[in-house]
Ligand binder design. Structure first.
Ligand SMILES: Nc1ncnc2c1ncn2[C@@H]1O[C@H](COP(=O)(O)OP(=O)(O)O)[C@@H](O)[C@H]1O
Ligand SMILES: O=C(CO)[C@@H](O)[C@H](O)COP(=O)(O)O
Length: 482
């Protein structure tokens, strides 16, 4: 009998830290923990460290390797000694909307960015947050901003910071690492050339900052204080792709805080429309991805408005005879795709007949899925085959989402057993690094049974959504409350 070897994977996501401890050979999850993060779009990274300590408490005995998967893009600024100089500005903070517009123009437009880094920046990208901070400091904003702009010596991402924090022998900013997957969301690294574009850091911030070394996919980058090897880690979507072992024709659609649609690709993409971000994956290949700012929380917010528990909301959306022309544009936290950072949500088509809780619940789920259907279509437009859609994330637990997704996304829908796929992907990377093998270990992905599909007139639902979006776009593009 072979000896059991244990690896840990972490998802340092927007809303929580989740930890899984797995059998390195089979991927079977043996222990699990989680702890919440504070709400808000600017967060002290120390909160992630505390969440990790709570989530991993009592789980780490015998663990030989660990890897961190983390929410992408968040800007963590460090001084020379490695101290954090400003709350991390997260991917869903839209303060850098104006900075984004300026940066795009300064490099020569969307095409120039797509060519330089494979993506056109949106306010989620770290590069825009750097420019925002520089401008805030120049405008004489709060002392914390001015001080941060002065003291910043290095810029890293949430998973880079957590990986460094885990290392027993860390000294200041020396030896910090990142990986291709997460580096590709900064706005200053090219997945095609595998090189930093330090000129873009200079363009955004007016001076250079130290950047983490880009580690290889199966590299061991350090040791923890409890004696485990630390693997490179990666961004959460690249980790999920590894956890799911995505195959050609598979598109993952994740409904977490963000909504994402992504596929693995053997070649880089460069979409000048900005819809598809040309990210790298965690294996040395590519991960074209479309991301929306609003996903699972559209359902929880609508449920709250209707005074329903999530389960009752879900039942109402599932059993409603239809949305009857009621359209909900789900841009509750501003939106990234479509690029409407200042937008708010919008409900169109209220009548006495449609102003019913069940109709509203259905319209919320349809609105959310119409946005993701546009995301899947954008991947199709990049020439990516869409044979199966794998539904993931907390929002995929919704039976209404499962039942409506096949019609609205226009593909077979597969429901991997609900599991923490980001943390699992990180654990698989840790097992790969530990094995020293050329490829990651083969782990089985159990597939569950989605709610049976319901027949709806998807063409009309999507056409209504597009019509409301197109007709209100100029209004939604303006800052609300002006
Ligand atoms: N049955 C359900 N129906 C709808 N939403 C759900 C359900 N279960 C969980 N969620 C939502 O899933 C979200 C958390 O998903 P998760 O993928 O963990 O997010 P993140 O990775 O961004 O932290 C929460 O907003 C929660 O309300
Ligand atoms: O910005 C992106 C992808 O580009 C988001 O997907 C973040 O990576 C956060 O993910 P969740 O916390 O919602 O899982």
């Amino acid at each position: 009998m072979t000896e059991l070897r244990l690896v840990a994977g972490v998802d340092c996501s927007t809303q929580a830290t989740k930890v899984v401890v797995c059998d390195a050979e089979t991927g079977a999850v043996l222990r699990e923990g989680r702890a919440p993060h504070p709400d808000g779009t600017q967060v002290d990274p120390e909160a992630w460290w505390q969440a990790w300590q709570i989530a991993s408490d009592g789980l780490l005995d015998g663990v030989e390797a660990v890897a961190i998967g983390g929410q992408q893009h968040g800007m963590v600024l460090l001084d020379d000694s490695g101290e954090v100089v400003h709350p991390a500005v997260l991917w869903n903070d839209t303060s850098s909307a104006d900075a984004t517009t300026e940066l795009i123009a300064e490099l020569g437009g969307p095409e120039a960015w797509a060519e330089a880094i494979g993506s056109v920046p949106v306010p989620s990208f770290t590069v825009t947050k750097l420019r925002w901070l520089r401008d805030e400091a120049a405008r004489g904003a709060a002392e914390v901003r001015r001080d941060a702009a002065r003291r910043a010596a290095a810029v890293v991402l949430p998973h880079d910071w957590m990986t460094h924090r885990l290392a027993a022998d860390r000294h200041g900013i020396e030896g910090i690492t990142t990986d291709r997957g997460d580096a590709s969301g900064t706005g200053w690294w090219s997945p095609t050339t595998n090189d930093y574009r330090t000129d873009l850091v200079e363009l955004a911030f007016g001076r250079q900052l130290a950047l983490p070394r880009v580690a290889g996919p199966a590299e061991i980058v350090g040791q923890t204080s409890f004696g485990a090897a630390i693997a490179a880690g990666t961004g959460d979507n690249a980790a999920a792709a590894l956890g799911l072992d995505l195959q050609p024709g598979d598109v993952a659609v994740s409904l977490g805080t963000s909504g994402t649609a992504f596929a693995r690709s053997t070649h880089p993409t460069a979409d000048p429309t900005g819809l598809v971000a040309g990210f790298a994956d965690a294996t040395g290949e590519y991960l074209p991805l479309v991301c929306t700012l609003n996903a699972a929380r559209v359902m929880s917010a609508t449920a709250q408005m209707l005074g329903l528990e999530l389960s009752a909301f879900d039942e109402a959306a599932l059993t409603s005879p239809g949305s009857d022309g009621l359209v909900l544009l789900p841009f509750l936290d501003g939106e990234r795709t479509p690029d409407l950072p200042h937008s708010t949500g919008l409900i169109y088509g209220l009548t006495r007949a449609t102003m019913q809780p069940a109709t509203m619940a259905r319209a919320a789920v349809e609105g959310l899925l119409c946005g993701l259907a546009d995301a899947v279509d954008a991947l199709r437009d990049q020439g990516l085959p869409v044979q199966r859609v794998l539904l993931l994330g907390g929002g995929a637990r919704s039976r209404a989402v499962q039942a409506l997704a096949p019609a609205l996304l226009g593909a077979e829908v597969v429901l991997p057993e609900p599991a923490e796929y980001v943390a699992l992907g990180a654990a698989r990377q840790a097992a790969w690094a530990l094995s020293g093998a050329a490829t990651p270990p083969t782990w089985q992905i159990p597939v569950g049974k989605p709610e049976p599909a319901i027949t709806v007139d998807a063409t009309t639902i999507r056409a209504n959504y597009e019509q409301v979006l197109n007709n209100t776009r100029p209004l939604l593009a303006q800052p609300y409350n002006q």
